[in-house]
Ligand binder design. Structure first.
Ligand code: COA
Length: 219
């Protein structure tokens, strides 16, 4: 049984605690946030909340694991920052893959948060720090690179290459064999029919590039 510290105190952290408690053999021992965000009683869901600045002296890397299940804010770069900071401290991050997801021995990296009813078809690889919210179709012979978020009910057809930091809104759809460039923001319900440009926003059916960089998106 791995002893796990969860970073954060918001919805994602609460959900991660729920999923790990109900659907894994991992044991969540504490939550962790930067000192400035510590709650007055230093407790959350009946567990201690430890300042990030001190966590390594209380729960040493090697004996404990981390999980950083944060939202896609700032095109996944906020989650990347904490994930890399935790790794720099010497921790290994766990990945959670729902027992209700369908997988086929896929390569899946660390700090991934993969919820129920995702179908990840054979020969598709998933990098580090990837969130697949519920119900996505992740087609065969594809690759999802690091720091990506799929929200829900996205269809990624076969042979797609998903660039790092990308975000997919609910119900978006990708034609087969597309190359989605780094930092692409695909709006909800967009139907992407051709390769995308880096750090661009796409909307509509067929999806059209918007006049705003994805780094300016607020969600
Ligand atoms: C791209 C997105 C961010 C646009 O949001 P926004 O900037 O707040 O847009 P607004 O709601 O102000 O709408 C601006 C215009 O775009 C249209 N629009 C908004 N989203 C659209 C979409 N996904 N596709 C097509 N048109 C869209 C609106 O109808 C509106 O049109 P109008 O000016 O003719 O009235 C939003 O559509 C989106 O995809 N968000 C992600 C949602 C999501 O997946 N959340 C995950 C929850 S788990």
């Amino acid at each position: 049984m791995r002893r796990v510290i969860i970073f954060g105190l918001k919805d994602y952290a609460e959900l991660a605690h729920y999923y790990l408690a109900h659907d894994s053999s991992d044991d969540v021992v504490a939550f962790c946030v930067h000192r400035a965000y510590l709650p007055a009683d230093q407790m959350f869901l009946g567990l201690p909340v430890i300042p990030f600045e001190e966590v390594a002296s209380i729960y040493p890397p090697g004996d404990y694991f981390f999980f950083v299940p944060m939202s896609p804010k700032a095109m996944n770069r906020d989650r990347e920052k904490i994930y890399l900071a935790v790794k720099d401290m010497g921790y290994q991050c766990i990945s959670y893959v729902s027992s209700q997801a369908t997988t086929f021995g896929n390569e899946i990296g660390e700090n991934c948060f993969i919820l129920e009813n995702n179908t990840i078809q054979p020969f598709t690889k998933i990098g580090n720090n990837v969130a697949l919210w519920s119900g996505n179709h992740i087609g065969h012979h594809g690759i999802i690179r690091d720091h990506v978020t799929f929200t829900s009910h996205v269809v990624m057809s076969g042979h797609c290459d998903i660039g790092a930091y990308s975000f997919f809104g609910v119900n978006s759809t990708l034609r087969n064999a597309l190359k989605i460039a780094e930092g692409s923001f695909i709006a909800m319900s967009a139907a992407v029919v051709k390769d995308t440009e880096a750090w661009a926003v796409y909307k509509g059916n067929p999806a059209i590039k918007m006049d705003i960089p994805s780094t300016k998106m607020r969600f």
